[in-house]
Ligand binder design. Structure first.
Ligand code: HEC
Ligand code: HEC
Ligand code: HEC
Ligand code: HEC
Length: 475
């Protein structure tokens, strides 16, 4: 390309988003001021004041499809091995709409008798009243014993057939809006604290930043800090996976948090990663260009009466390329944009599966080091590599855009995953060779385990095949 063309392209890319910033498209001329209580938390209470927003919210009910397991062969069949020894081995599903969050957390097999209040934090609009009532005891309160019964009492008002059993208190209006002024607000203290630790005062955030921060209350990596079991985001050194790992290897350990679980196959101390949509977005091309979550996921939607609102149907932007993407990329056809996303996701999923395969293999190689009697320091070194490999694999696999939010960053991380898992395997091969272990037999046994997990039809039973007589449990 000639220099001048490059210059014009750069100029166009630079100016485009600025010309079409959401500010120019402001919808509601009237300042919404409601007569709701400042403590209102029930979604149906907002229906009369904002009927078209409520109607838009109702679309999140979709066709009511039940949750889909991620363990099926077409998705990520070896997750029950990667999570062996942790409740995620039992059930892990793809996402559903916001009104289903409470229903889904109540029925997921991962929740046990020892689960805590923190597990409700990203699911329900009752979290604000619960935090007010329980104070810091909320976080570590017993989920089934203390939190659910109180949530159900709070849910006794405002139920409606159209939102299902708990949709009226699932993620909703009061989680993102002040019920009186309807200004965007942050209700989850974990985000406020994490930003403050980075030197950012969320009360000073611009409107455009708030259009992302409201989502960053939940669509993030987190862990339960050991003292109060509060939800904490590991962002002190930045939001890249390697910066979060650095946090876990230093600050978190100094504060007493070492790992989420000991892996049943390798005995490695594992960090369970969660859905880092905000983190991956933050250093991708859209995040760097300050394109907010709401720009793509809450595009303007024209209603029959010719009024426009921000869509409150949080779904795939591909359903609505015209308003989600072509507001900025008007020079590209809908077909082109869909194909670009498809290409990115296809290559991404291939790389995820490769990293998962390699990490699975690494776990079994370390298991064999243990059973063959390799030196302890070598086993520990290999377990550390596996911890890293699994972290980098899991944090990317758990991100819900299949790479779109940050294609380059995702690939970089998956490369780190492969490096770390390969290091574990290399070290194991050295040690196992010294001990004259039959590596051919080992590889055959690994294939057998993978096949047994793949062929098990009951998703809840798959994890039972992760360990066996050849690969005894290490946790
Ligand atoms: C996950 C966060 C979130 C939830 C939940 C949510 N909103 Fe919004 N809402 C937003 C964002 C973001 C905007 C855009 C605000 C802006 O650009 O200033 C918005 C805008 C609005 C506006 C201003 C007009 C417009 O369309 O831009 C109204 C009114 C509104 N929402 C009502 C509701 C109601 C009623 C509910 C519950 C049924 C609800 N919202 C739930 C995030 C949310
Ligand atoms: C209070 C926590 C919370 C907030 C705030 C929140 N989300 Fe979610 N979101 C969730 C949870 C939990 C799920 C999965 C629900 C389930 O599967 O039952 C989800 C699911 C989704 C999905 C998948 C929907 C589907 O049909 O599979 C999208 C897209 C989404 N959120 C986007 C957003 C955006 C954009 C924002 C900000 C405007 C936002 N969310 C704010 C917690 C939250
Ligand atoms: C430039 C547009 C864009 C921005 C900005 C963006 N997303 Fe997305 N998001 C997408 C696309 C495209 C997908 C993939 C949809 C698909 O696979 O059908 C997606 C997927 C998702 C999903 C999974 C949806 C599902 O059905 O499972 C979630 C959740 C999500 N985004 C949340 C967020 C959050 C939170 C932010 C802000 C931190 C954000 N997104 C910023 C475009 C965007
Ligand atoms: C508010 C404006 C805005 C919206 C909305 C938007 N984009 Fe972008 N997009 C940008 C900007 C700015 C860049 C970065 C250009 C650069 O850095 O060279 C970009 C870059 C891209 C790229 C190339 C970089 C990459 O990450 O691969 C693709 C592909 C893309 N956008 C697709 C989409 C799709 C698909 C949607 C809708 C789901 C969308 N965009 C929505 C502004 C936007």
């Amino acid at each position: 390309m000639k220099k001048i063309q490059l210059f014009i392209l750069a100029l166009a890319l630079f100016i485009l988003p600025a010309c079409l910033s959401p500010e120019d498209l402001t919808v509601d001329e009237t300042e919404p001021l409601t007569d709701l209580s400042p403590d209102e938390y029930v979604n149906t209470a907002f229906k009369d004041a904002f009927p078209i927003h409520y109607e838009s919210y109702l679309r999140n009910m979709g066709n009511g499809r039940p949750p889909v397991s991620k363990f099926i062969p077409d998705y990520e069949p070896y997750l029950p091995i990667l999570f062996a020894g942790f409740p995620f081995e039992q059930e892990y599903n793809t996402t559903r709409g916001h009104p289903y969050a409470v229903e889904d957390v109540l029925s997921i097999a991962r929740i046990g008798d020892r689960s805590i209040g923190s597990c409700m934090t990203c699911k329900s609009s009752t979290v604000t009243p619960l935090l007010k009532e329980f104070g810091d005891d909320y976080w570590s309160a017993n989920f089934r014993g203390d939190i659910v019964p109180r949530m159900e009492e709070l849910a006794a008002v405002g139920a409606s057939e159209e939102l299902g059993e708990f949709g009226h208190v699932s993620i909703g209006c009061s989680d993102c809006h002040d019920p009186v002024t309807m200004e965007l607000r942050i209700t989850r203290p974990s985000l406020t604290h994490a930003l403050a630790r980075q030197g950012i005062d969320v009360t000073e955030a611009t409107r455009n930043e708030m259009r992302t921060y409201v989502c960053a209350q939940c669509h993030v990596e987190y862990y339960f800090e050991p003292e109060l079991e509060k939800v904490r985001f590991p962002w002190d050194y930045g939001t890249k996976p390697e910066e979060m790992l650095h946090y876990f290897e230093t600050t978190a350990i100094e504060e007493g948090f070492d790992y989420d679980y000991i892996h049943a196959v390798s005995g490695a101390p594992i960090l369970k990663a969660q859905h880092p949509e905000y983190e991956m977005w933050s250093y991708g091309s859209h995040g760097r260009a300050e394109v907010s979550c709401a720009d793509c996921h809450m595009p303007f939607e024209r209603r029959d009466d010719r009024r426009k609102i921000s869509s409150h149907f949080w779904a795939s932007p591909l359903e609505n390329i015209e308003t989600s993407c072509r507001t900025c990329h008007s020079d590209k056809t809908e077909r082109y944009l869909i194909d670009r996303v498809g290409d990115i996701q296809e290559r991404h999923l291939e790389a995820v599966h490769e990293a998962q395969d390699l990490t699975v293999e690494a776990h079994y190689f370390v298991n064999r080091m243990i059973t063959a009697g390799a030196p302890d320091d070598k086993i520990e070194q290999a377990q550390q590599y596996v911890r890293e490999g699994q972290w980098y694999t899991d944090i990317i696999a758990a991100e819900n855009s299949d790479g779109f939010h940050n294609p380059q960053g995702s690939m970089d991380t998956l490369r780190m995953a492969s490096d770390a898992s390969n290091n574990a395997i290399k070290l194991a091969i050295e040690e196992l060779s010294n001990l004259n272990v039959d590596l051919g037999e080992l590889r055959t046994e690994i294939e057998n385990v993978k096949e047994a997990v793949l062929n098990e039809e009951d998703p809840f039973e798959k994890h039972t095949h992760a360990t066996n007589n050849f690969f005894p449990a290490q946790n």
